[in-house]
Design a protein around this ligand. Structure first.
Ligand code: URP
Ligand code: ZN
Ligand code: ZN
Length: 470
């Protein structure tokens, strides 16, 4: 570890941050950005023998920060196929250098125990990792545990309004956790779908014989998402706590969050690559189960409206919601969406899918994409400016892409521990060809150099009340 080369000059590339794009040299000393220099400037006090990485023709982006991953997740009857080693390798191949995973307590486990267990698991990782806690039910010891979690650097806590008898939190638990997190200067992550509406629609689907994967979209309506978002926002307003809605899939839900933010609430929207690209026609496909996720994929008009909001600065973050199930697991219970595995693999495809869809096809300024993939997730999770930017003092996590190079997505060329991708046969650009982790070139020339890895488990001091780049 100590012998890793972590001084580097990255020359000839076009550096992109959330606020600036231009030709620049990135001078790295001891794994940290020492200076971002004009292309003809020479760095002060660097020896002549420092290694040089030629980035000519490439965009040099801050390492991606994925704010929503499920690595080796046990939920319901299924456990996803990957562990930290596989998932973080795939993350690096996809330009993510920091993952933020969930410590979801198993039955009988406390939130704090879940965090400790996940921190041990994360030591197998090849990229940096931070954690969100999760509370399923309230008891009088939860405040002490949340404070202990904050001491461990975990200041974001997830609550689910759905998945009854698995991880669903009651409205009372939600309010109490919000109060505790406000005292800790934390952020509450919420999966918002109104369970009473979902269960009613599921019961109706079951009675008409449409509870299989093909009927999934009808069992988790847009209304169920909107209803839960409204209720959670009202509670967050009453408590005055920062709240972050994961995987928003409808324009109405996103608009609710924006309106709340305009009234002064710290409320934020995350969406996912699949809600920006795939639509509910996938449920008419031969293998609808491969696209079953919660919330479900929506109608094309809804997808386009979510894209418009991402284009116009109403989406703060894009998370993968990576769930590495394979086709066998997805197939097993496809006859009943109430028990089958939910979620899509995507830790590796977050950058290429969104670069292709938003920047290449729709003309989004790439600085905006950097904000959603790196800077804002880093800020909201208390990791900025170490993560999420390229500036003096930030960790030298860099991702180099050649925007002209295209590759077809397929499980054979991807590195996730599964045998399918929801983006099968799509031609995508924005694939990283080189990744620098704290000054060490960990991915280059088609090889992941694991011996150069210096991954860490990181945490946040506080979730600062900063303005975001939108
Ligand atoms: O379908 C999904 N998203 N499964 C993973 C768990 C969650 O709800 O985030
Ligand atoms: Zn969720
Ligand atoms: Zn999730």
């Amino acid at each position: 570890m100590g012998t890793l080369q972590r001084d580097l000059m990255v020359v000839g590339g076009t550096v992109v941050t959330e606020t600036w794009t231009g030709p620049a040299t990135v001078a790295i000393r001891d794994g940290v950005v020492a200076a971002v220099l004009g292309p003809t400037e020479s760095p002060p006090d660097f020896s002549q023998s420092i290694p040089v990485l030629d980035a000519t023709g490439s965009l040099v982006l801050p390492g991606g920060v994925d704010p929503h991953t499920h690595i080796g997740m046990e939920l319901g009857d299924y456990t996803t196929r990957d562990g930290y080693h596989e998932a973080t390798a795939a993350a690096l191949w996809g330009g993510t250098t920091t993952v933020i995973d969930f410590a979801i307590p198993q039955p009988g486990q406390t939130p704090l125990e879940a965090v400790r267990q996940r921190q041990k698991a994360a030591m197998d990782g090849l990229c940096d990792a931070a954690l969100h806690g999760c509370v399923v039910s309230w008891d009088n010891d939860v405040p002490r545990q949340l404070a202990a979690m904050a001491d461990l650097g975990v200041r974001t806590v997830k609550l689910f309004t759905t998945y009854r008898d698995v991880v669903m939190a009651s409205t009372d638990t939600i309010a109490r956790v919000m109060e505790a997190m406000r005292e800790l200067d934390g952020l509450v992550y919420v999966h918002a779908e109104a369970n009473h509406i979902v269960e009613r629609d599921q019961a109706r689907a079951a009675s008409t014989g449409h509870i299989d994967a093909a009927g999934h979209a009808q069992t988790r309506s847009e209304l169920s998402e909107l209803a839960a978002v409204r209720q959670v926002l009202d509670t967050a307003k009453a408590v005055d706590v920062a709240v972050y809605f994961v995987h928003q899939s409808t324009p109405e839900a996103i608009d609710e969050v924006r309106r709340a933010r305009q009234t002064g609430l710290r409320a934020y929207t995350e969406t996912c690559p699949h809600y920006l690209t795939l639509d509910d026609t996938m449920y008419s496909d031969e293998f609808p189960e491969l696209y079953v996720c919660c919330p479900p994929l929506r109608a094309r008009a809804t997808v386009d409206a979510v894209v418009n909001r991402a284009m116009s600065g109403q989406v703060e973050a894009i998370g993968s919601d990576h769930c590495c199930y394979d086709t066998g697991q997805k197939r097993a219970d496809r006859a009943d969406v109430r028990v089958m595995s939910n979620g899509l693999p995507g830790i590796e495809t977050r950058l290429p899918v969104t670069f292709t869809e938003l920047v290449k096809h729709r003309g989004l300024n790439i600085e905006r994409l950097v904000a959603m993939l790196a800077s804002n997730p880093a800020r909201l999770n208390g990791l900025y400016p170490h993560k999420g930017t390229i500036a003096p003092g930030s960790d030298a996590d860099l991702v180099l892409i050649n925007p002209e190079v295209e590759r077809v997505a397929s499980p054979e060329t991807l590195h996730m521990a599964t045998d399918y991708t929801p983006y099968q046969a799509r031609t995508l650009s924005g694939w990283p060809h080189t990744v620098v982790q704290r000054g060490s070139v960990i991915l280059e020339e088609g090889q992941l150099r694991t011996e150069r890895c210096e991954a860490r488990i990181i945490g946040s001091e506080r979730i600062p009340n900063q303005s975001l780049s939108c």
